[in-house]
Ligand binder design. Sequence first.
Ligand SMILES: [Zn+2]
Length: 421
Amino acid sequence: MLIEFEKEYMDKYWKLQRAQWYNYFEDENYNLSEIDADIYDTVKLFNKEIELIDRKSKIASLLIKKDLVDKNPLVSEVRNRIDNFDNYSDNISDDIKADRYQYKLALSYKMKDDVKKLMKARNDLSKQMEFDSYPELVLITEEIDLVNLVHSLNEFLESNLPKAKEIIKKYNIKWETWFSDLSRIGVTKNQYDPIELVDQLLKTFGFDEIKEKIQISFMEKGYAGCAAELSPNDIRIVIEPINSLDNLRTLFHEMGHAILYSLNKEEGIYKILPPSQDEAMAVVIEYIATMLLNFNETDREKIFEIITLEYTRCAISSLYEFDLWQNPEQAEELYIKHYSKLGIKINNPSMWASDTFRSIDSVYVHNYVIGAMLAEKVFTYLKSRNSCDYKEWGDWLIDKIYKDGRKRSFKEKIKVLGDFI
Ligand SMILES: [Zn+2]
């Protein structure tokens, strides 16, 4: 039964990976809800049929539980509608569309009801399955402890907030222009060749042989960067043309995903990584690459300023989100309460609804913060063990984290570095 499930599930999993990619980056128009419905049929069929006897059957049952909610036609229909901004952009003038902040604000007003509807559907379905809430379902199916996680998020925020506030002041960063302000921190004028940096990164760890599996395209598609595995050994990255240190940071981040996908030797459902491991390990490479590659010192410091800002924002975003799931009717007040911690003026709290981490990828943003916490621990640990033999670092990453995908839980894999998830 498990073998049948695995085969059927993987076929549909890859199909969805490809359809999503082609819709985002190749202007295709695959019907994602149809593929979701197909996956839903599979998990419904095998739910209760899988006997819990070993690690693999446990993972199968966790995937099934999550998809019984996320691929439920009610959820999938609203989620996929929100995933395409064209569904909300009628009657928004070109002037407004030209201003990123104003455009997102205009979308927020139009999306808000759908976002609330999606939250409610996910929560109701999770409760029907005897979880306390949707966030609990997500974290249990990821094998992460909610209490431990929230504690770590608060700790991270407490230690990084003072630094973040200083950087915000130093560069006069505003909430309305956050992302363009980050690009402003370090503009690059062709002094770094991204492909050379990628080669250097792979060479440093002794990962040269995976280079041919990874295809990188530089294009403006409205995304800072994105990486995906479309089928085994077909790994792609799309990233904005490199004009800033923030773009370079994003390149290392996407390479972090790509390395993780290429060095995962598993097949079948162990190949599918929990989002926590996937996202956190991307942040780890982003951090280590910035430490190890050839940058001038000022640029390196600036990239770390951007890293501090981004992951402090993510920590606030995730704590806001956990609060929001408990008090959805206070979305606007809570938005101001949480984000004001950055020490900047937060106008237009209605903005909350257009944040994709509240809808398309909800209960996800904490994974970046897990990565930021882990990055420092991995760096310190490897430095103390292997000093500057970076090939040994690469071997450690392969052996302890990459090669066996989801065969062991992420928590188990990083246990040697602390118990924070
Ligand atoms: Zn990522």
